[in-house]
Design a protein around this ligand. Structure first.
Ligand code: XLS
Ligand code: NI
Ligand code: NI
Length: 435
């Protein structure tokens, strides 16, 4: 028996690029082998419980537009209905994974103890639903930003009791993630930052955040959680400034607290844009440090300046993103989580399916283009050529030298290095052959 929510919508299938069926995959062909691996295993798609099922369609000027049968989300019965619908959507899409916050899954019913008990109950229920399905949990996380107790931060709150509450909350969420076979555990610190420096001791708050993350890592080892701990950078929104500003900031933070070998990054397209970067910039920064863990795939409106979390629809952008993912060796425990939501006027159940179908197809197309570029090797050859002189004895000698010796060398040899073209237009034209 189904919930009937998606009545009339069949399982989405791959029909090839020429299909004009709006609910078919034209590029996402899970079994197609690319660079020796099935497409499904490359992309490792996940749906986000919060955007697809918990978000009610509100914006700062108006309330819910979606009016789903599981609203209001304040009872266990509705939480279970929501879970049933979620599982049906994963079946329709053939989604291999999902991601969640505690508050997306369980009803918000009050005390810590009550919320822990309902989280346990609903994750048992979801776990039972996963049996017999080809479905896994990509990651779980704690929502430590919505409830008013978190308004001044979770681990960076000036009140130590909030720190304790945050620790208890994350422990509960890590336990639930492990129970669902989660492959990663994510921390995104929406309120770990400040509204004004006038009331903020930044150094102390960062120390507390580092201490907290060390506790998370210790607990991971204690319970034998095999997944990866990931932090998710975002520069601001909801806070004026967030400490996990961007990939480079997070990497510096992890090194400062000795966590660089324990924690990786979950990078989001929209957050990269908010930080004034491109998505591939963030991926390249993380990859260059061996810290590329997973991605939150979406797109931002380039004009609004908000985290609009739209489904991706720009193939060239996505292709360059996957190029860096593939170059870094692809995903290990990570994957492609659609941290993406419908526009609030898209109120029909079929819109949820269409959003994901389009997003998955754009990613599949991007992946194919990225793989083709890698196989062709044009960019890698150009890169190798540009740095080739460093491979010579002379280049290595320069690197191992010192200022005085290099001054002497320049004088002795009468060095006058001639500028060489960076060939940017030729490289851009090259990329456009593939996308
Ligand atoms: C919000 C973040 C959030 C995280 C999980 O901007 O993207 O959705 O992915 O807490
Ligand atoms: Ni995200
Ligand atoms: Ni986001």
């Amino acid at each position: 028996m189904t919930t009937g929510f998606f009545d009339g919508i069949d399982k989405v299938r791959y029909e090839g690029p020429d299909s004009d069926n709006p609910l078919a995959y034209r590029h996402y062909n899970p079994d197609e082998v690319i660079l020796g691996k099935r497409m499904e295993e490359h992309l490792r798609f996940a749906c986000a419980w919060w955007h697809s099922f918990a978000w009610e369609g509100g914006d700062p000027f108006g309330g819910l537009t979606f009016e789903r049968p599981w609203h209001p989300q304040d009872s266990m019965a509705n939480a279970k209905l929501k879970a049933d619908v979620a599982l049906e959507m994963f079946d329709i899409l053939g989604q291999p994974f999902f991601c969640w916050h505690d508050a997306d899954l369980r009803p918000e019913q009050g005390s810590y103890g009550e919320n822990l008990a309902t989280l346990d109950e609903i994750t048992d229920y979801i776990g039972a639903g996963m049996e017999g399905r080809d479905l896994g949990c990509l990651w779980g996380t704690a929502n430590m930003f919505s409830h008013r107790r978190w308004m001044a931060g979770a681990s960076t709150n000036p009140d130590p009791e909030v720190f304790a509450y945050a620790a208890a909350t994350v422990k509960g969420c890590m336990d639930a993630t492990m129970k669902l076979g989660g492959q990663n555990y994510v921390l995104w610190g929406g309120r770990e930052g400040y509204e004004t420096l006038l009331n903020t001791d930044m150094g102390q708050e960062l120390d507390h955040m580092g201490r907290f993350l060390s506790m998370v890592v210790d607990y991971k080892h204690k319970i034998g959680f095999k997944g990866t701990i990931l932090v998710e950078p975002k520069p601001q929104e909801p806070s004026k400034h967030q400490y996990d500003y961007d990939a480079a900031t997070c990497i510096g933070f992890l090194r400062k607290y000795g966590l660089e070998n324990e924690v990786k990054l979950n990078l989001e397209q929209g957050h990269a844009i908010l930080a004034g970067h491109s998505f591939e910039h963030e991926l390249a920064v993380a990859a260059s440090e061996g810290m590329l863990g997973s991605i939150d795939m979406n797109r931002n409106d380039y004009q609004s300046g908000w985290d609009t979390d739209q489904f991706p629809n720009n193939v060239p952008e996505v292709a360059l993103a996957y190029y860096h993912v593939l170059k870094a060796g692809g995903f290990d425990t990570g994957g492609t989580n659609f941290d993406a939501k419908l526009r609030r006027q898209s109120i029909d159940p079929v819109d949820l399916i269409a959003g994901h179908v389009g997003g998955m197809d754009v990613c599949a197309r991007g992946l194919k283009a990225a793989a083709a570029m890698l196989e062709d090797g044009g960019l890698e050859d150009a890169l190798a050529g540009r740095y080739a002189d460093w491979q010579t004895e002379r280049g290595q000698g320069i690197l191992a030298s010192d200022l005085e010796s290099l001054q002497a060398q320049v004088l002795r040899e009468g060095l006058d290095p001639q500028p060489r073209s960076g060939r940017q237009e030729r490289l851009e034209n090259y990329v456009n052959r593939f996308v």
